[in-house]
Design a protein around this ligand. Structure first.
Ligand code: E4P
Length: 215
């Protein structure tokens, strides 16, 4: 399973890249607004650091506007994946952008029929938002299983990109279900490095080694 970082923060990306597990980045307008600078410049910088798929979202609501913005994003860097919301206009835009060989990530997916439609029109990625479904007492990961099953049944090439991830258990479940990508906020990656038994175990190994080498 691929790991993407769900952030527009350069410092966070730079600090996690040396782990060697980051395959790409997803951004959205809210994440970019938090950074405060020019989103285009920041996203270009992210592409240069990550050298893998970087999702940049359109904000137009009509298909023609989305296509225009998508083509413009695609010119910024070869690693850009254009993020388009799942709306009627968004679906129309996916077909045209995909025909231009521009990779599209269909975002704001909350049900399996949306994922099926996105695959039919040639989306490179589908982004089901599991955390936001969990927030309203709906089974977010259950949606991932449904989409994985449908895509396997019809051999769709669209990658299942688990989004709105809240903690390490979302990563575990995504991997068990065979999702292609899990996009994680940096804090969720950091949480994977926190286990009391790892800390206690390391402390004991070091103590025992020090005692053994003192003799
Ligand atoms: C997906 O690509 C989105 O950027 C993101 O995962 C949304 O997550 P949130 O629900 O935590 O805002």
């Amino acid at each position: 399973m691929k790991f993407f970082l769900d952030t527009g923060n350069i410092k966070d990306i730079e600090s996690l890249m040396p782990l060697g597990i980051v395959d790409g980045v997803t951004t959205n307008p809210s994440l970019m607004a938090k950074e405060g600078g020019d989103p285009r410049k920041i996203i270009k910088q992210i592409c240069e650091i990550v050298k893998g798929p970087v999702s940049a979202e359109v904000v137009a609501l009509d298909a023609d506007g989305m296509i225009r913005e998508g083509r413009d994003w695609a010119k910024l860097d070869e690693h850009i994946v254009v993020k388009v919301p799942f709306t009627r206009e968004g679906v129309k835009a996916v077909k045209t952008l995909a025909a231009d060989r521009i990779k599209v990530n269909v975002t704001l997916c909350f049900q399996a029929a949306q994922a099926l439609i996105a695959a039919k029109v040639g989306a490179a990625y589908i982004s089901p938002f599991v955390g936001r479904l969990d927030d309203i007492a709906t089974d977010g990961m259950g949606l991932i299983q449904q989409i994985v099953d449908i895509y396997h049944a019809f051999d769709y090439k669209t990658e299942v990109l688990v989004a709105s991830v809240r903690g390490p258990m979302h990563i575990v479940e995504a991997a068990r279900m065979g999702a292609d990508v899990c996009t994680c906020p940096p804090a969720v990656i950091e949480a994977c490095f926190k286990h009391p038994l790892t800390d206690i175990g390391l402390e004991k190994f070091l103590k025992d080694w020090a005692a053994a080498t003192k003799k």
